[in-house]
Design a protein around this ligand. Structure first.
Ligand SMILES: NC(=O)c1ccc[n+]([C@@H]2O[C@H](COP(=O)([O-])OP(=O)(O)OC[C@H]3O[C@@H](n4cnc5c(N)ncnc54)[C@H](OP(=O)(O)O)[C@@H]3O)[C@@H](O)[C@H]2O)c1
Length: 302
């Protein structure tokens, strides 16, 4: 339930009062910040006091999240909040969902539905930031091949499992814009909205997006056989990274994340960020190594 600093609550102004344009001078535009702890019900109730609508962003405490989210919902009920929003996960409602966080999101969604407060569930697809962590994008830009394993950078690519799976990556900024729009306007109560990018892509789509964003040709090369986690570990990939990626890509391969909707555009009035646009924001990081290597090559050959 994070919106501003420690308050973890997004307090909403009365209806009809639109957010001012950036740089606007309306006196009420400054947010009020209240501290609250998901493990401290009283602090939550105080934070919610007077809120017409509230956004509860799922916590990061795996194993304790249902209790924490339940605390927030109870507090919202006590404070008389008129609408609750909750950030869930793609297809969290389905019991077969293999993603580790899914059961806690599912249990939380049930609590929310039983809270008696009008609610909206925002089921986010995967953030593309995850790709920056789990796929060897810099290597792909450098070598021109996504799916290659570098023996030099220690950045073993554990993407094979997911290369054939499609994911509707959604930018965090778009998720935030959807939440802001709902907090400002309300509505969509009782709905479970899939918040996704504009299109679901597989590894070939990721390679295309890298090409567009960096101007360097990148192609995806499928490996003939999946590589074992042990093989990736031997190439220097960290065990935690392997486990996370294997789990995510397996879910992608099974189609759990193959969801793309128009929710972002419908709710915010602007199209969802494409993967190429997201990568373009990280162009410097993706190209950094390549450009400095090019410089070395040029000075070496001069
Ligand atoms: N869809 C996706 O691809 C995706 C990817 C990553 C994460 N997520 C989800 O997004 C959520 C946040 O993940 P994140 O990576 O953004 O986590 P994060 O950066 O570690 O942020 C966690 C936040 O929770 C706050 N917090 C922790 N315990 C709290 C408590 N008891 N009371 C109040 N606030 C508390 C922390 O506050 P302090 O900073 O003050 O400690 C911090 O601001 C998680 O639910 C995660 O599952 C989704």
């Amino acid at each position: 339930m994070r919106a501003t600093d420690r308050s973890r609550s997004a307090l909403h102004q009365p209806p009809g009062r639109r957010l001012p344009p950036p740089g606007g001078s309306q006196p009420w535009s400054r947010p009020r910040v209240r501290a609250a702890d998901f493990d401290d019900r009283e602090s939550l109730t105080r934070a919610f006091d007077g809120a017409e609508r509230a956004l509860v962003i799922s916590t990061d405490a795996l194993g304790r999240r249902v209790q924490q989210h339940g605390n927030a919902f109870d507090a919202a009920v006590r404070a008389g909040v008129g609408q609750l929003l909750y950030t869930s996960l793609a297809r969290a409602g389905e019991s077969g969902n293999p993603l580790v966080p899914a059961p806690e999101h599912r249990a939380t969604e049930r609590l929310l539905a039983r809270s008696g407060v009008p609610f909206t569930v925002l089921r986010n697809n995967i953030y593309p930031d995850v790709l920056l962590e789990l796929a060897s994008l810099r290597e792909a830009v450098k070598t021109g091949v996504l799916g290659s394993i570098s023996g030099t950078s220690g950045e073993g690519d554990i993407g094979y499992l997911g290369c054939i799976g499609y994911v509707g990556y959604v930018a965090r900024e778009d998720c935030a814009a959807v939440r802001a729009a709902l907090l400002a306007e309300g509505g969509h109560t009782g709905e479970y909205l899939d918040v996704t990018g504009p299109v679901a892509v597989n590894y070939a789509g990721i390679a295309d997006a890298l090409t567009q964003a960096t101007g360097r040709p990148v192609r995806f090369e499928a490996r003939p056989e999946p590589e074992s986690a042990a093989a990736y570990a031997a190439r220097g990939a960290e065990p935690e990274r392997i486990a996370m990626a294997a789990q995510l890509w397996a879910a992608a391969r099974e189609g759990w994340l193959d969801i793309a909707t128009h929710a972002v555009e419908r709710l915010t009035g602007r199209p969802a960020t494409t993967l190429a646009e997201f990568f373009a924001r990280h162009r410097e990081a993706l190209l950094g190594q390549v450009e400095s290597d090019d410089d070395v090559d040029r000075s070496g050959s001069a």
